[in-house]
Design a protein around this ligand. Structure first.
Ligand code: ZN
Length: 277
């Protein structure tokens, strides 16, 4: 009996595995960036031939046509441990290794009301949490983003993703985005095309914009001073969406830029490099 592995994508009518054929079936090849993959990384999978559904790390992906074949955007949760994780593409699997990246720690001092919010704002915080939950659960399966993601500001970033922060000596959390240095009023631009899902002030985020890029990929922009878009607006890559500020839980003016995919926050700096092959 033949044990040759089956090429995953054969044109209709081409003999399947185990059937004799004069042509050797092409091996399914999938490439990915970044190299190597690490916990917290956004991932761009590419294949010349494979389109459709895939599963990796328990999450569903979709390979869709792009300029150079088919691609799927995915991510590795920051808590993922190193190892080989099979990417399931129909009946085929490809082993995808993830290595460990260790993130630094820092301490930060903020006004006490942001560590222990007064009871007077609890209802507000609960309302805003409900808005965010609803937005993050309602991304359409269609891809609204196209090609490379662009930096939201021309400035450099001052605090990286993944830093374990201790606020005021007690409350601990992981920094879930990049902090761009941004003087008050700096123009902030959409990282990719999509639809504005949130453009409002919130207690922790301050002036807050969320862009839904489809496929459960969101970019988040915080501490803004002015909105240039409204919820529901369609935006294109590089389009001005807001002015930076110092609103919400901050120690000074800056932009907090975050990337969320299927509930996981991913490292934005790597997302911006995935299309440089
Ligand atoms: Zn931040």
């Amino acid at each position: 009996m033949m044990t040759r592995r089956c090429a995953l994508l054969l044109p209709l009518g081409v003999p399947l595995c185990g059937q004799s054929s004069a042509h050797e079936p092409a091996q399914l090849v999938v490439h990915w960036l970044p190299q190597p993959l690490f916990n917290g990384a956004p991932v761009l999978f590419r294949s010349k031939v494979y389109s459709g559904a895939a599963v990796w790390l328990g999450r569903k992906l979709e390979f869709r046509p792009d300029a150079d074949g088919f691609s799927a955007l995915a991510g590795v949760d920051v808590t993922c441990t190193p190892g080989n994780y099979p990417l399931a593409l129909g009946s085929e699997t490809v082993e995808v290794p993830v290595v460990e990246r260790s993130y630094p720690s820092s301490t930060i001092t903020v006004p006490p009301r942001f560590v222990e919010p007064p009871s007077s704002v609890r209802a507000r915080i609960a309302r805003e949490s409900a808005i965010k939950r609803k937005v993050f659960a309602s991304s359409p399966p269609e891809r609204r983003w196209r090609g490379a993601f662009a930096a939201p500001a021309d400035t450099h970033y001052t605090s990286s993703f993944g830093v374990r922060r201790t606020y005021n000596g007690k409350t601990q959390s992981v920094h879930q985005g990049l902090d761009y240095s941004a003087a008050l009023g700096t123009e902030i631009r959409a990282a990719n095309s999509g639809r504005v899902a949130v453009a409002q002030n919130m207690y922790f985020e301050g002036g807050f914009v969320v862009i839904d890029h489809g496929e459960s990929i969101f970019t988040l922009y915080m501490h803004l001073s002015e909105f240039l878009v409204r919820a529901g607006d369609a935006v294109q890559t590089g389009e001005p969406i807001a002015k930076s500020g110092a609103s919400g839980r901050v120690t000074g003016p800056h932009l907090h830029f975050a990337v969320r995919w299927q509930g996981a926050y991913l490292e934005p700096a790597t997302l911006l490099t995935l299309w440089v092959a």
